[in-house]
Write a protein that binds this ligand. Structure first.
Ligand code: NA7
Length: 551
């Protein structure tokens, strides 16, 4: 069937069923599944290679905070058995090698257009197809448009006056040069103390002459206890992979770690301390599963927060510096908790100085460095570890228009609205992988990506079987889902923090809790139920205008 609306500059060969935007893990698996159900699809990717987050975030120390045995695809038994992870927590180069291996193994590259940033995606009411325009002016058209654009893919530079005037070198952790950076002998400033900074600071500190860390908000961090992969641990996983993956999918975070279904307030202080000590010693994000109410009850949360503060005070020799590093303004876990290697101990080094921006805010970046209200800092390089316009930033930067030309960025002006985090009303056949309104960043992204990709592929296969070609959420279902998401978030401590989950790191961005906190397992059951019911619960299905015209 040829597309009657094929514009002149559209590649004639591109008679596509689906266009996927992004060749990170979500896009790669989506393409694989689309081929599997017999659809013709391509990926448009702005980078020169696959890997998404792991293509861009090459800063020193970049590492996943979910264990390698779990932060990996489960869809291919051969792949998960054959791939050998070298470390408990894989570093960025190893994860990028894995992404490249997946692309080669499943022969995905032949359908990926690299260095092809998408600028616009417009739904054509007359044909029921999406028209995608790239930065290079190419146009593609397909019935389905699937955004695999990532949750943390639009890096953010802070609005500090004079930023352009700095004569030295500047870097953003999310756009690190591929050739690496040699800081030997330099005086370097790092702005930010989120996950990226907490991983980068100990590594940069070993290279530089002098490091100044500019901290606005102190962060909780748990030692990762990273180590080479233990062969017996790997074997234990591989011999029971299917069973463990199934269990992980039903966990609240999509990560399998020992849960303790007890309130932190139901045990005596010594028992509580033992539990925290054991988890601190084990390392990693399983710390937050020490008790079942850490994220629900402020008094329970305080016990965990106080334990971590005590660890910081024990590690950092200068009590004044330790106090500045102790987070006190938000409950533990309500901003993304970090997993580190030697982060707090790095402040015991003679060449590392912590600047408390609450006491002495930055006033300007100058040609020579950075000024605060307390001092002038002369710097050779500035590292911006200042995060991302999370969850919506990449989508609203693309000119996405649905039926009657309605713009997504207008629709989401007061915060993102979706049904199940998978689709948004008024934008038929537009799918969002790990979109706002789904567990996404609160989960093991690999688990959430696979769940969304499978759901979308199954949905498209269903439409084919039923002779349908258009699906879109009903507005009332979307309203109800947004209300449910808010209600669940309000039962937790999350809204108490000025986090990027809330859009609070971007001036002017609406404060809405964006991911779905109901839990990965619960969420999967909701999505599965909708699919099992033929998508009648909350979706409008139709033959679509183009199909109708062709028949
Ligand atoms: P984050 O977690 O958003 O951290 C950004 C950091 O930059 C955070 O400490 C911010 O302080 C700080 N920041 C941002 N703007 C400024 C200005 N203007 N002045 C001083 N400090 C500033 O980003 P990451 O890249 O570390 O991590 C993102 C996620 O990637 C992470 O959670 C993992 O899921 C992977 P603030 O807290 O806003 O006071």
């Amino acid at each position: 069937m040829s597309d009657p609306a094929t514009p002149k500059n559209m590649r004639p060969s591109e008679n596509l069923d689906a266009i996927v935007v992004g060749a990170g893990f979500a896009g790669l698996y989506m393409l694989h599944r689309l081929r599997g159900i017999g659809l013709k699809a391509i990926i448009l990717e702005q980078a020169a290679g696959v890997g998404g987050t792991w293509y861009w975030n090459r800063y020193p120390g970049a590492r996943c905070d979910v264990e390698s045995m779990q932060y990996s695809f489960s869809f291919s038994e051969e792949l998960q058995q054959e791939w050998q992870w070298r470390e408990r927590f894989a570093g960025q180069p190893e994860i990028l090698r894995y992404a490249n291996h997946v692309a080669d193994r499943f022969d995905l590259r032949r359908d990926i257009h690299f260095e092809t940033p998408v600028r616009a995606a417009h739904f054509d009411d007359a044909t029921g197809r999406w028209r995608i325009t790239t930065a290079g002016g190419e146009e593609f058209s397909a019935r389905y448009c699937i955004m695999a654009t990532g949750c943390l893919s639009t890096a953010r530079l802070p609005d500090i006056p004079g930023r352009e005037s700095f004569a030295g070198k500047t870097y953003h952790t999310g756009h690190w040069p591929h050739e690496g950076v040699d800081f030997t002998g330099q005086t370097v400033g790092v702005i930010g103390t989120g996950s990226s900074a907490i991983q980068a600071i100990p590594v940069i500190a070993e290279q530089v002459r002098q490091l100044f860390v500019f901290q606005r908000t102190a962060n909780y961090s748990i030692p990762a206890r990273n180590a080479p992969m233990a062969p017996d641990y790997e074997q234990a996983w591989k011999s029971a992979y299917a069973e463990r993956r199934t269990k992980a999918r039903m966990m609240r975070t999509g990560i399998l770690y020992p849960l303790n279904d007890t309130s932190a307030l139901a045990v005596d202080p010594a028992t509580r301390e033992r539990e925290y000590q054991a988890r601190w010693a084990a390392g990693g994000l399983g710390f937050m599963a020490a008790f079942n109410d850490l994220i629900l009850d402020r008094r329970a949360n305080d016990t965990a927060a106080e334990f971590v503060r005590a660890q910081i005070r024990a590690i950092v020799r200068d009590p004044k510096v330790a106090e500045i590093l102790c987070p006190k303004d938000h409950p533990i876990g309500t901003k993304r908790i970090c997993a580190d290697t030697n982060y707090f101990a790095t402040y015991n080094r003679d060449n590392v100085t912590l600047i408390d921006l609450h006491a002495t805010p930055i006033t300007a970046i100058t040609s020579h460095g950075l000024d605060t209200t307390g001092a002038r800092f002369t710097l050779d390089s500035i590292v911006f570890a200042t995060g991302f316009d999370a969850m919506t930033g990449t989508l609203t930067r693309i000119d996405i228009r649905g039926t009657l030309g309605a713009r997504l960025r207008d629709k989401w002006e007061a915060g993102p609205r979706s049904y199940l985090g998978l689709m948004t009303a008024g934008f038929p056949n537009l799918f969002l992988i790990t979109g706002p309104g789904s567990p996404s960043v609160l989960s093991n992204m690999m688990v959430s990506i696979e769940q969304h990709v499978d759901w979308i592929a199954d949905c498209l296969a269903f439409l084919q079987r039923e002779g349908l070609s258009q699906i879109e959420p009903r507005s009332d279902a979307e309203e109800a889902w947004v209300a449910h998401g808010n209600e669940v978030a309000d039962r937790t401590l999350y809204p108490a923090a000025n986090s990027w989950y809330m859009g609070a790191n971007i001036p002017g961005k609406p404060r809405v809790f964006m991911p779905y906190i109901g839990g990965v397992g619960v969420y999967r059951e909701i999505c599965d139920k909708v699919a099992a019911g033929g998508y009648a619960d909350g979706f409008l299905l139709s033959a679509g205008p183009a199909r109708a015209a062709a028949e």
